[in-house]
Design a protein around this ligand. Structure first.
Ligand SMILES: Nc1nc2c(ncn2[C@@H]2O[C@H](COP(=O)(O)OP(=O)(O)OP(=O)(O)O)[C@@H](O)[C@H]2O)c(=O)[nH]1
Ligand SMILES: [Mg+2]
Length: 294
């Protein structure tokens, strides 16, 4: 009998939600960076194990939005909570109960299973984990509490075991051999953005959007032409770098990742453009693919 469960992965920025999704799937479907507000939209990850299909929605970290893109991101995350059968609240070991967590705990209905995931135990100790559990348990009852290290893939299987208990009898929504419903174009754009988050200083990558202009696949190679939109004239030369060094570095790191993920040679052509203050413009935000689903 086929069973299905939809679960949202939520929490404040940078707690390791996307790292957790990748660890669960054993494959990279969501980009990760040391900077908060990496994930901008919901990312679906699918794990089909024995009779159960687990459908995860990775979400942007919930924060106080500073612009229209930020408001979109928070709407995406909050909206996911209402659309699923179960919620994983991801916090870092040592965290106190903040406004974000309080809001999430209130939002998750009594009948919806809520699992507290305490991440980053590899850079914490048992006392901190115990204190974190006590602080959160004082606020709300959880269906399970699971300490993990998403980075080291420790404890992740306990989340699956706990979630599995809440799966409903229902036909699967996806074929059993797919891990994400993201188109390859979207994955390619995200990988380019990930490299910028890693290589460039704080404000520049947060103001960047990547658009795949063309994606041509033959039996031996994928040829991708992508446009990087930054939000200020002054950002463009920084992204390009001296004699094009930075753009080359972004391109070669992104290409390497894409070749691993797509399993085929990739030719990547990157162009940098300016779209002034796009994060404040609804039309530009929608054009870059951030469209409200509700
Ligand atoms: N030490 C340690 N670092 C981790 C762990 N999990 C994630 N990280 C790091 O935490 C940072 C944020 O990880 P992400 O997975 O991007 O976090 P996120 O919650 O998806 O962040 P947003 O998308 O911005 O909300 C990255 O530098 C990760 O490498 C962990 O278990 N241990
Ligand atoms: Mg993320």
């Amino acid at each position: 009998m086929e069973k299905t469960i939809f679960a949202a992965i939520v929490g404040r920025p940078n707690t390791g939600k996307s790292t957790l999704l990748n660890a669960i799937l054993g494959q990279k479907v969501a980009i990760v960076s040391a900077k908060p507000q990496t994930t901008r939209t919901r990312i679906t990850g699918i794990l089909t194990k024995d009779e159960t299909q687990f459908v995860f929605l990775d979400t942007p970290g919930i924060h106080k939005p500073q612009d229209k893109l930020g408001s979109y991101m928070v709407r995406e995350a909050n909206g996911a909570i209402g659309d699923v059968d179960a919620v994983l609240l991801v916090v870092e070991s040592g965290n106190r109960v903040g406004e974000v967590e309080k809001t999430i705990m209130k939002k998750v209905g009594e009948d919806t299973p809520l699992i507290l995931v305490i991440n980053k135990t590899d850079v914490s100790n048992a006392t901190q984990v115990a204190e974190t559990i006590m602080r959160f348990s004082a606020e709300r009852e959880f269906d399970a509490v699971v300490p993990i290290s998403a980075k080291n893939n420790e404890g992740v299987e306990h989340i699956i075991a706990e979630l599995g208990k809440f799966a409903n009898e229902s036909p699967w929504f996806f074929p059993d051999d797919i891990v994400t419903d993201q188109p390859e174009r979207a994955i390619a754009a995200e990988i380019i953005r990930e490299k910028m988050l890693r290589l460039l200083a704080e404000e520049i990558p947060h103001g960047v959007a990547v658009v795949i202009e063309s994606f041509k696949e033959s039996s031996k190679i994928i040829k991708i032409r992508a446009e990087i939109f930054c939000e200020k004239d002054s950002h463009k030369p920084i992204i390009i770098g001296k004699r094009g060094d930075m753009l080359k570095k972004i391109g070669s790191m992104a290409r390497e990742d894409m070749e691993n993920i797509f399993g085929i040679q990739v030719f990547l052509d990157l162009w940098v453009k300016v779209k002034e203050n796009w994060r404040e413009q609804n039309a530009a935000i929608a054009n870059f693919g951030f469209k409200d689903e509700n």
